[in-house]
Design a binder for this molecule. Structure first.
Ligand SMILES: CC(C)(COP(=O)(O)OP(=O)(O)OC[C@H]1O[C@@H](n2cnc3c(N)ncnc32)[C@H](O)[C@@H]1OP(=O)(O)O)[C@@H](O)C(=O)NCCC(=O)NCCS
Length: 160
């Protein structure tokens, strides 16, 4: 499948779908209204740089989303930026869409000048990020027992 990864600023037609998926996956169960997520996401689009919302699509078909945000874990405010809100449509999982989104988010972070990109994951997703080459740097963080992962930029001097 040919997957295109776009910045949501370039494909605002996917705005409602991205907001809906982020809301359903992470906020609805906590009683947060969809309107609140839409306002926050719209603010994102008005700025350059972080935060970045990415959308995976095939033409006009929505496949998934991921974000690169300044902070994601209250317990670790000194780490930035973070890959977050990674989502693939359920019927399209297992085809490499999330890895493509995550890879693009990391590249965008490096392009903005960050040397390290972070990500936190629940135990159920730990193996997934290990397979993608992320390095765990902390385990059991916070009440959700999250693993904190890092991707380090390889400068030319470090390359083999
Ligand atoms: C986690 C998630 C983003 C992975 O997305 P993806 O695009 O399916 O990623 P991949 O293509 O690399 O597949 C991931 C693995 O899940 C397996 N998988 C999970 N659900 C699947 C499904 N419904 N159909 C097929 N494979 C599935 C795949 O086989 C694959 O295993 P592998 O790495 O051993 O091949 C996706 O399952 C998702 O959106 N989950 C809900 C939101 C979430 O938990 N986000 C992560 C927060 S840390």
């Amino acid at each position: 499948m040919t997957v295109t990864i776009s910045d949501l600023r370039q494909r605002p037609d996917f705005f409602d779908t991205v907001a809906d998926r982020i809301w359903r996956a992470w906020w609805k169960r906590h009683g947060v209204p969809l309107d609140y997520i839409m306002v926050r996401l719209r603010e994102n689009l008005a700025t350059a740089g972080l935060p970045i919302a990415l959308v995976a699509h095939r033409g006009d078909e929505f496949l998934g989303t991921a974000s690169l945000i300044a902070s994601d874990l209250d317990e670790r405010p000194h780490y930035t930026p973070w890959v977050a809100a990674v989502w693939t449509e359920p019927e399209l999982r297992g085809q490499g869409i999330a890895p493509a989104l995550i890879g693009r988010a990391v590249d965008d972070g490096f392009a903005l000048g960050h040397q390290r990109i972070f990500l936190c994951a629940a135990p159920v997703r730990r193996a997934f990020y290990l397979r993608l080459g992320w390095t765990p740097i902390e385990e059991g963080v916070g009440p959700l027992e999250l693993t904190v992962f890092v991707r380090q930029r390889l400068d030319a001097a470090d390359a083999p």
